[in-house]
Write a protein that binds this ligand. Structure first.
Ligand code: SF4
Length: 220
């Protein structure tokens, strides 16, 4: 079976997944969409209202902003794969809880293993903390490059945060400009924080308030 078929099979399983409480309140699970052989994968926090209604990722206001700004830096939605750390909408768009993220992690891990991207862009704090380290904060880690399990991660602010404040919008656009730069050239080793070897450039000191099991993760 090829990658396309395996991802489609996985998506079918996700659509009927009962593994956490979010299954009880969703309209549709949102497995993810895009190029199954993508070298670039975006991973957001979770589906919002429009995504829940349509079953498609990043189609609401913040998704439209992301798509528009990606087009401006020469990246089309058709050439990337885009998904979230939880596949079902948390009620009232609250941040996913740690146990929900843990329950959904097998789906995300399977998608990453099948797509085998060169780069992953964690979009927002919860994605950053799930994919790289719960000790990181997006305000410090954004626009930096991390290596973990052989994949390069380039975190950016979440577009929903950008829509809420002009200052954050400026930083979000800066993240996309930096992403374009990183993708257009060879990234030097000394620009990469290697999480596999425990090396750090000191950009992301461990926080004192890392979330506990069942706790909540901050958007920032
Ligand atoms: S959020 Fe993930 S683990 Fe929870 S029900 Fe949906 S697909 Fe399953």
């Amino acid at each position: 079976m090829n990658v396309d078929s395996l991802l489609a099979e996985l998506a079918d399983e996700i659509r009927v997944c009962p593994k956490c409480r979010l299954a009880q309140t969703r309209t549709n699970a949102v497995p993810g969409a895009g190029q199954t052989s993508a070298t670039l994968m975006f991973v957001g926090e979770g589906p919002g209202e429009q995504e829940d209604l349509s079953g498609e990722p990043f189609v609401g206001k913040s998704g439209q902003l992301l798509s528009r700004e990606l087009e401006k830096i020469g990246i089309s939605r058709g050439e990337i794969f885009i998904t979230n750390i939880v596949k079902c909408r948390p009620p009232q768009n609250r941040t996913p809880l740690t146990d929900e993220i843990a329950a959904c992690n097998d789906w995300l891990s399977a998608q990453i293993a099948l797509i085998d991207p060169k780069f992953i862009v964690p979009v927002g704090g919860p994605s950053l903390q799930t994919l790289i380290s719960k000790n990181l904060r997006i305000t410090k880690a954004r626009s930096n490059v991390f290596r973990k399990d052989g994949i390069l991660f380039i975190p950016i602010l979440h577009p929903s945060a950008a829509l809420r404040a002009p200052e954050t919008m400026k930083l979000f656009l800066e993240d996309l400009a930096n992403l374009k730069d990183f993708l257009s050239r060879e990234i030097a080793d000394d620009e990469i924080t290697d999480m596999d070897e425990g090396k750090s450039k000191g950009v992301c000191p461990p926080s004192q308030d890392a979330p506990e099991e069942g706790g909540n993760l901050s958007l920032f």
